[in-house]
Design a protein around this ligand. Structure first.
Ligand code: SF4
Length: 159
């Protein structure tokens, strides 16, 4: 029996396309969740309202600076997660989607949206809009090896 890691999906100002791509791993995703990871935070999938301690945070979307809750949540994510991954172009580079989370405000000023790396340290970036399911799976495997692998596997994951 292998030891599982805990994973969260943190949703900033994004279109949820990255989450769809994550879910597009289909059977591969279920295999990961059955055997290697527990999903502990995902506002659209798990009924948890506060950012918990977790091993890996997959952050989708740029941060809307006008939304104080988002700014607090991304900082809390950094405090609670061992590995923070910028999932997709919005989180990595900002400014692709132009709605504050939930679409409550259409906020046309591009400078209101920043990549998560402008507010917190980021450990890995998965580029693409949306990233492919394979890219996400590969990063998940690397994160797993980094956290639970032996010395050789850890070295391989960071090479
Ligand atoms: Fe949507 Fe693309 Fe942004 Fe992902 S990177 S949240 S798919 S616009």
């Amino acid at each position: 029996m292998v030891e599982k890691i805990t994973v969260g999906h943190v949703h900033m100002s994004g279109c949820t396309g990255c989450l769809v791509s994550f879910a597009d791993n289909y059977e591969g995703l279920f295999k990961i969740l059955d055997n290697y990871a527990d999903l502990v935070y995902a506002l659209t999938l798990v009924d948890v309202r506060h950012v918990p301690e977790m091993d890996v945070a997959l952050v989708e979307g740029s941060v809307c600076l006008q939304d104080k809750i988002s700014v607090e949540e991304i900082k809390e994510t950094r405090e609670k997660a061992k590995i923070v991954v910028a999932l997709g172009g919005c989180a990595a580079y900002g400014n692709i989607t132009r709605f504050c989370r939930g679409g409550q405000w259409n906020q046309p000023q591009m400078e209101s949206y920043v990549p998560i790396g402008e507010l917190i340290d980021v450990d890995a970036v998965i580029p693409g809009c949306a990233p492919t399911p394979q890219q996400i799976r590969n990063v998940a495997i690397m994160a797993y090896l980094l956290l639970k692998g032996n010395d050789e596997q850890k070295e391989l994951a960071t090479a």
